[in-house]
Design a protein around this ligand. Structure first.
Ligand SMILES: Cc1ncc(COP(=O)(O)O)c(C=O)c1O
Length: 385
């Protein structure tokens, strides 16, 4: 069998394997609380569902332009203006089936054997997988608990070489729930300005799920980086639309056509019905979403304080997304072993820190996208490990 060597380098996302395992255990009658998968536990708001049904009835059944329909790209541009007071031409906005393709395309366009790409560790596992697949050398930027899992700018600067083509930044961060505010991003941008040939992929998919009245410091606010900035965003997390497969990204003019060609080659165009639903999500009423974010804040506070009462872990205070990332070394177990016991003996699905990078062996990720009742039950079960 002559399988391409590149395929061997492709990794996977453990959260999906754990979801499959948890689903199988549930089908066997086991009582499993799933705190593994990173998706809101709320249905897509009704007005968005209705827009999709209308799109079907109105006959939007065919292909669309590969980069997405213009009214949707215009709606994204308006949303960016509303959020950040920044003008982005719809011609620089690309609609894709979820946010993931943006990671794939950035890595393919800026990767390759001669290049190095810096990525967060712990971080979303698809970064490393895609970098390796592209042939580039992946350079992990360690995010540590002592720094509140924020980027240490000096450490990052030391990793830059003349081969660095791309730096991936994720704020708020998966898996740690860490959030970097404007002051930190200002400093980071000042440092990045010294390296005008390096592109930046800012993964801002959790931009709307931030707590304590903080404002999102989007990289789109920094004009001076615009010509080398890719921003990954989408509907999945904000609008509870993970299954609709709809994402948007902003690309520099120099790369847009490369990315659009990858779209044509890969999937032709995003799903037409989802795109019409996406317009309603951006332009329609937002109360449901605002209430969901308030509920995440309530759960964050509960989970953070309850986990810190346990004697087998300590937990850093999350600032965004819907993840807690406790250090379980007090249990005497690795994050992997702790998570295995949690699922197999206690019926709680978690994702071990190691799935997000080698620097997170002592950690496990808890997605608190689950009801208060289940969170309470799950934390009690974890206390017995
Ligand atoms: C940091 C981060 N980026 C990108 C994605 C991909 O999102 P989507 O489901 O829209 O492809 C995820 C999903 O979990 C994520 O956590």
């Amino acid at each position: 069998m002559k399988v391409s060597k590149k395929i061997i380098n492709l990794e996977t996302e453990s959260a999906f394997a754990i979801l499959a395992k948890a689903t199988k255990l549930i089908s066997e009658g086991k009582d499993i609380i799933n705190l593994g998968i990173g998706q809101p536990d709320f249905p897509t708001p009704l007005n968005i569902q209705e827009a999709a049904i209308k799109a079907i009835k109105d006959g939007y059944h065919g292909y669309t332009p590969s980069n997405g329909i213009l009214p949707l790209r215009e709606a994204v541009s308006e949303q960016i203006f509303e959020d950040y007071k920044v003008d982005i031409n719809p011609d620089q906005i690309l609609i894709t089936p979820g946010g993931k393709p943006t990671i794939f395309y950035s890595s393919l366009i800026l990767g390759g054997e001669e290049n190095e790409i810096i990525y967060p560790d712990p971080g979303f596992p698809i970064y490393r997988s895609m970098i390796n697949f592209s042939g580039a050398k992946g350079v992990p930027l360690k995010l540590i608990e002592e720094d509140n899992f924020e980027i240490n700018i000096d450490k990052l600067e030391k990793l830059i070489t003349n081969k660095t083509s791309l730096i991936i930044i994720n704020n708020p961060n998966n898996p740690t729930g860490s959030f970097m505010g404007k002051k930190k991003i200002d400093k980071l941008v000042n440092m990045l300005e010294k390296y005008p040939d390096i592109f930046i992929l800012s993964d801002e998919i959790y931009s709307k799920i931030i707590f304590d009245n903080n404002q999102m410091p989007s990289f789109l606010n920094y004009n001076k980086l615009r010509e080398r900035l890719i921003v990954l965003e989408g509907w999945s997390k904000t609008f509870c639309m993970t299954g609709w497969r709809l994402g948007w990204s902003v690309w520099p003019k120099s790369l847009y056509e490369h990315a659009n060609k990858l779209c044509v080659n890969d999937h032709s165009c995003p799903n037409a019905i989802s795109q019409y639903a996406g317009i309603e999500a951006l332009r329609g009423p937002k109360e449901t979403i605002e209430n969901i974010i308030k509920e995440f804040q309530r759960r964050k506070e509960f989970v953070h304080s309850e986990l810190n009462k346990l004697n087998n872990m300590t937990c850093f205070k999350p600032g965004g997304a819907f993840y807690a990332f406790p250090n379980v070394s007090k249990s005497g177990l690795s994050g992997q072993k702790f998570s295995d016991i949690a699922l197999e003996e206690k019926g709680v699905a978690l994702v071990p820190g190691i799935s997000f990078g080698n620097s997170a062996k002592d950690f496990t990720r808890i997605s608190y996208a689950n009801s208060m009742e289940n969170l309470q039950k799950a934390i009690y079960r974890l206390s017995t490990i």
